[in-house]
Design a protein around this ligand. Structure first.
Ligand code: TYD
Length: 215
């Protein structure tokens, strides 16, 4: 049996980490086995690529270089971790995936969307999440929350950039409403309830009945 692949997306500081932890715990309580990974990163090679991409000391990186580097990390993570876990019937929760590249490099940087799609497809080998949850956030609130420990290279981008990313996510969701669901900003338990509502049927197909307890 193939596992379940759920990705989390959204602007910087949208609270993905907390919600992913709650979902991983719910999967475990239901008797499932959740693998939690993040992008860019998730493997030693990926973490090295992450350091190149996010280090504020690197300043500007040519947009096309950025477009190749995020998916480079993704290609490695997909082959080394995600596909094997799915083949073993596990639940994979991934903090950002190909939609981030569409939103940030496509809509944010303004790179050609068809080119971005092809790069993404090559990097993922055509793997598409069963469910993608976009946590919506006002760019100003989100970037302030995310950059509390010192902003990384992308958090230093302009408010207009983050607005384009947000609009990008809305367009991605509108184009693929069965897979991509936008969850509005709210209290942690409010957002969590919505995530349970969206994830439960997808996990149920794999025989996992999650509950909505917050612990
Ligand atoms: P991270 O610290 O993981 O941010 P967050 O906690 O908001 O997920 O940093 C990832 C940054 O890289 C974030 O600003 C989004 C950006 N990014 C892209 O621009 N393109 C991509 O394909 C991915 C995966 C991330």
């Amino acid at each position: 049996m193939r596992g379940v692949f759920i990705t989390f997306e959204g602007g910087d500081g949208a609270g993905k980490t907390t919600q992913m932890r709650l979902l991983a715990e719910a999967v475990k309580r239901a008797g499932g086995d959740a693998v939690v990974v993040r992008e860019p990163g998730g493997t030693p090679v990926g973490e090295a690529i992450r350091a190149v991409l996010l280090g504020p000391e690197h300043g500007r990186i040519a947009p096309v270089a950025e477009l190749f580097l995020f998916p480079a990390s993704r290609a490695h993570l997909t082959e080394e971790v995600i596909r094997p876990a799915l083949d073993a019937g596990r639940v994979v929760l991934c903090d950002r995936y190909a939609d981030s590249t569409t939103a940030y490099q496509g809509y944010g940087r303004g790179l050609d969307l068809e080119f971005v799609r092809r790069v993404n497809e090559a990097a993922t080998g055509g793997l598409v999440p069963d469910l993608t949850i976009v946590l919506d956030v006002e760019p100003r609130e989100g970037v302030a929350a995310a950059s509390a420990g010192g902003p990384d290279r992308l958090e230093r981008e302009s408010a207009e950039f983050h607005e384009r990313v947000r609009a990008g996510y809305a367009a991605i969701a509108a184009a693929d409403p069965a897979r991509v669901r936008v969850v509005p900003r709210g209290e942690v338990d409010e957002v969590w309830r919505e995530i349970v509502r969206l994830a439960a049927p997808v996990l149920e197909r794999a025989g996992l009945r999650i509950d909505g307890a917050v612990r």
